[in-house]
Design a protein around this ligand. Structure first.
Ligand code: PGA
Length: 250
C-alpha cells in the first residue's frame, strides 16, 4: 500500500502577516513542481487569509492549528470550521499536545473536533503522543491506544479515509530530542495496529501516520525511511523557507 507522504509545517504562535508573506514568497519557488509529497502550512488563524492568498494555485495547502467542534456560537477566542473553509483552508490540526497540555483538550474534545472536520470535508491531522513520564513508566503503547480509541469514537471505516494521525512524543517536541527512527517506527506500528482493530486492516493500511518532534533537515531522511512513517509535522524547523524545503525534499 503506497501512502503519499505529507510534510506539514506547524508555525505555532509565530510570524506576523508580513513575515508569513515573506516566507511563502521565498518558499513556493523552492518547492515548485515537487509532487512526491503533499505539503501543508499551519499558521495562526489571523495569518490564514494572507498565507492562503499567497499560496493560491500552488502545490502548498493551508490549514488551521485548531478548530472548535461547534459550528458557531458564543465561544470567545475560537475559530469555527466554517470560518476556516470560508477563507480557503483545507486542513486542520486537532489535539496538538500543546492544546492538550495548556488548553485542557481531552480525547473527548478531540473526538468531537474530528467529527466536525470530517462532516465538513476538512482534512484532520489528529495529534497523539506520550509524555516523558508515561514513556519511562513503560506506558507508551497503552497511552497511544487510549488516545486513538478516544479520538476515533463513532468514526466509521467509510468516513475515515481523510484522517491523518501525527505521532508526536511530547518529550521530543521543541526539545531537540528526536525519537530515534526505531522508537518512532515502533510507536507508528502500535498506532496502525490499533487503527486496524478499530476500523479494519484496509483503513489502517491506507492511513497516513506522520512523525513530529524535533524533525530537522539532518534527521528527516532516516525517519522517513521507516515503513510506517508517512510524513512529518514540523515546528521549529519549518519557520525558515530553506530549512523547511530541505525537510520537504528529504
Ligand atoms: P518541533 O514541534 O518540530 O519544534 O519539535 C513539532 C510540533 O509541535 O508539531
Amino acid at each position: 500500500m503506497s501512502r503519499k507522504a505529507l510534510i506539514a509545517a506547524n508555525w505555532k504562535m509565530y510570524k506576523t502577516p508580513v513575515e508569513a508573506n515573506v516566507f511563502v514568497d521565498a518558499f513556493l519557488p523552492l518547492v515548485a513542481g515537487h509532487t512526491r509529497d503533499e505539503i501543508a502550512l499551519f499558521p495562526s488563524p489571523v495569518l490564514l487569509p494572507t498565507v492562503i492568498g499567497a499560496a493560491k494555485g500552488s502545490n502548498v495547502a493551508v490549514g488551521c492549528q485548531n478548530i472548535h467542534f461547534a459550528e458557531e456560537g458564543a465561544y470567545t477566542g475560537e475559530t469555527s470550521i466554517g470560518q476556516l473553509i470560508a477563507v480557503g483552508g483545507t486542513h486542520t490540526l486537532i489535539g496538538h499536545s500543546e492544546r492538550r497540555q495548556y488548553f485542557a483538550e481531552t480525547d473527548e474534545i478531540v473526538n468531537k473536533k474530528l467529527h466536525t472536520a470530517l462532516k465538513h470535508g476538512v482534512v484532520p491531522i489528529v495529534c497523539i503522543g506520550e509524555v516523558l513520564e508515561e514513556r519511562e513508566a513503560g506506558k507508551t503503547a497503552s497511552v497511544l491506544k487510549t488516545q486513538v480509541t478516544g479520538a476515533f469514537a463513532g468514526i466509521t471505516p467509510e468516513a475515515a479515509a481523510p484522517i491523518v494521525i501525527a505521532y508526536e512524543p511530547v518529550w521530543a517536541i521543541g526539545t531537540g530530542k528526536t525519537a530515534t527512527p526505531e522508537i518512532a517506527e515502533d510507536a507508528h506500528k502500535v498506532i496502525r495496529a490499533e487503527v486496524a482493530k478499530l476500523l479494519g486492516a484496509d483503513v489502517a493500511a491506507a492511513m497516513r501516520i506522520l512523525y513530529g518532534g524535533s524533525v530537522k533537515p539532518d534527521n528527516v531522511t532516516s525517519l522517513m525511511a521507516q515503513p510506517d512513517i508517512d510524513g512529518a509535522l514540523v515546528g521549529g524547523a519549518s519557520l525558515k523557507p530553506d530549512s523547511f524545503e530541505k525537510i520537504v525534499k528529504y
